[in-house]
Ligand binder design. Structure first.
Ligand code: COA
Length: 183
């Protein structure tokens, strides 16, 4: 069984929704509905780029998904475009395929090739560290909400991309936990 990683295509929407919902529901910390709703709400926005929505497919079945959407790092002096990595979802039971790692490596490579410079993620410190993410606080980049500083992380996709960049991250509304969910 070989795992294929590719960008989202029309018709993938329901399988992506179910993958996101079930992957997060399996954590037993959330029911996955909000995460699945956020992906659907992001897809309705003009900023959504289907090429930066990646699926992991095993024998025709989508078992993993990874999404990048635009965000901004805003200070009084400057506004720097970046990408928000969220959510990353792999169905429970498929661990041995390393779908999360394959999605991450492929997704980050595509983002880099397309000239994107910075990625921001809120998530497990140990998991994302292996892909080069480091606590964003060390760069002077702050989350818009109170979170443990180890979980809020940044990655430079191009050499020096984080040099001189500081400020607070502004997400699109479906990812902004301060805003009511739009679906
Ligand atoms: C986190 C997740 C994407 C990992 O996907 P995966 O395909 O099972 O994992 P990978 O093959 O990429 O990586 C496996 C490694 O990650 C580690 N790992 C898996 N889940 C982890 C977690 N929640 N926290 C820290 N490390 C984790 C494994 O221990 C393993 O480490 P090892 O290589 O040292 O043995 C998947 O478990 C998932 O969808 N979880 C529910 C949703 C979620 O939490 N998403 C991430 C939000 S930040």
């Amino acid at each position: 069984m070989s795992l294929a990683i590719r960008s989202e295509r029309p018709g993938d929407e329901d399988a992506i929704r179910e993958t996101v919902r079930a992957a997060f529901a399996a954590t037993e910390q959330v029911n996955g509905q909000e995460e699945a709703d956020a992906v659907d709400a992001l897809r309705r926005l003009p900023e959504y780029d289907r090429e930066l929505s990646f699926v992991a497919e095993l024998e025709g079945r989508i078992i993993g998904h990874l999404l990048f959407t635009p965000c901004r790092i805003v200070s009084e002096a400057a506004e720097t475009p970046a990408l928000a990595l969220a959510p990353l979802s792999v169905l429970r039971g498929y661990e041995r395929h390393f779908a999360g790692t394959r999605l991450m490596r492929h997704g980050l490579a595509v983002c880099r090739e397309r000239g994107h410079r910075i990625v921001i993620v809120l998530g497990h410190a140990k998991y994302y560290r292996r892909f080069g993410f480091r606590p964003a606080q060390g760069f002077g980049i702050e989350p818009p909400w109170a979170v443990h500083p180890d979980y809020f992380q940044a990655l430079a996709l191009q050499p020096g991309a984080l040099a001189g960049v500081s400020g607070m991250v502004e997400y699109l509304p479906p990812l902004d936990m301060r805003e009511p969910q739009s679906s």
